[in-house]
Write a protein that binds this ligand. Structure first.
Ligand SMILES: *Cc1c(COP(=O)(O)O)cnc(C)c1O
Length: 387
């Protein structure tokens, strides 16, 4: 089976991790700071903090923006559950803004309408919005950012799919249009640290809060302490934080992978190029690329044209039976039984539900060989032509 995604680990990557095992620091040492500096340099963000997962980073980001009970967070329905769960961890409520049928990202027009309706009916407005750059393509951040100024919400970009991508020719992660940006380094993502994530920001106060939340709320910085230091051993817990640290083993892998990021993106674009060329003419909708976006191509999502939609499940199964490890990213989050149990009902986001009835993620990763790319395209053509 050709998988839909796979990590790309070199001998150099392995050596980088082994070197840390022979050093003095196994967790949060010099490699962690070096990885953070590398992320800042690559994206242009002023601050970066790496954590043990993107899920942890999303949780810490919500708390750093003072999300709590009584608050509302809005996100996209077509995302991994963590983009919404982080609001619930913080005690807030969550709601969903339907997607744009072309990009599959949160639709800025529907966002504007939902904000207008909430305001005019006196309903609660979101404190934080979490747009998700699905498949590595940036949301329309200029429009979303303009709405944030008009309606007074903060923005956390869930860029778990998007490190290495660009928006309006600038790196995703620079936080030009957001308060905080989150990356994931899970093995199926663009670069990996096995488990891991990062929170980037240009705001030093938010960075300080995120840093405290990462390490139990503990500080050794005297200027932040409530009392006078008792001595050189002294530290203070001034907030309720967590252990969300990344290890230096992981950070070393992250640094080594960052050296290969541009090459990974280049290869993913080559795969995409071959798919666009070889899948053209089939009854499929290929992923629309917005002119402001240079995708990181975490995923390559095809949709079946309307005449094939009723065969979605059979086509999906047939592709797997023929050795193509297709997947589906994602069922709308609010259709998950947990979300149904807290009151969400189907019909909330019609475009997201239409998407779910026809989308298929096909194999996309940097080490996908040309032969395998050809097998993927030939198999899709063969399977689709049977309907
Ligand atoms: C993978 C993913 C996450 C969670 O990442 P982890 O590092 O596994 O916690 C969050 N949001 C999106 C959109 C993701 O794809």
């Amino acid at each position: 089976m050709i998988p839909y995604g796979r990590q790309d680990i070199s001998e150099k990557d392995i050596e980088a991790v082994c070197e840390v095992l022979r050093s003095d620091f196994l967790t949060q040492g010099p490699k962690t700071s070096e990885f953070e500096a590398t992320l800042c340099e690559y994206t242009g963000a002023k601050h970066a903090l790496v954590m043990n997962s993107a899920t942890s980073a999303l949780h810490a980001a919500c708390l750093a923006l003072d999300v709590g009970p009584g608050d509302l967070v809005w996100t996209s329905p077509v995302t991994f559950v963590a983009s919404a769960n982080c609001a619930l961890y913080s005690g807030a409520n969550v709601d969903f803004v339907d997607i744009d049928p072309n990009t599959y990202n949160m639709c800025p027009l529907k966002l504007e309408l939902k904000l207008k309706n909430a305001k005019s009916s006196g309903a609660k407005l979101p404190k934080v919005l979490i747009p998700v750059h699905l498949a590595g393509q940036s949301c329309e951040m200029d429009k979303i950012s303009a709405l944030s100024k008009e309606y007074g919400f903060k923005i956390i970009e869930d860029a778990s799919h998007a490190i290495g991508g660009k928006y309006k020719d600038s790196p995703i992660g620079n936080c030009q249009f957001s308060d905080i940006t989150i990356f994931s380094f899970h093995p199926v993502k663009i670069i990996t640290t096995a488990e891991g994530g990062a929170a980037l920001t240009n705001n030093p106060v938010l960075n300080e809060k995120l840093s405290l939340l990462r390490t139990h709320g503990i500080t050794r910085n005297e200027s932040l302490m409530k009392n006078k230091s008792h001595g050189p051993w002294y530290y203070e817990q001034i907030d309720l934080g967590f252990n969300y640290r990344m290890t230096d083993l992981q950070a070393a892998l992250g640094i080594s992978q960052m050296n290969r990021l541009d090459e990974f993106i280049q290869k993913r674009h080559e795969v995409a190029h071959s798919y666009f060329k070889n899948l053209e003419g089939l009854p499929l909708i290929l992923p629309y690329q917005h002119r402001d976006s240079h995708s990181a191509y975490h995923l390559f999502i095809i949709k079946l044209k309307s005449e094939l939609k009723r065969n979605h499940k059979e086509i999906f199964i047939s592709l797997r039976q023929n050795g193509i490890g297709v997947n589906l990213h994602y069922m709308p989050v609010y259709l998950q039984p947990y979300y149904a149990s807290i009151g969400f009902k189907s019909g909330l986001c019609p475009e997201a539900e239409e998407y779910y009835s026809s989308a298929i993620s096909i194999p996309m990763f940097s080490a996908l060989s040309s032969e395998d790319q050809k097998t993927v395209c030939d198999t899709i053509a063969k399977v689709v032509e049977g309907y």
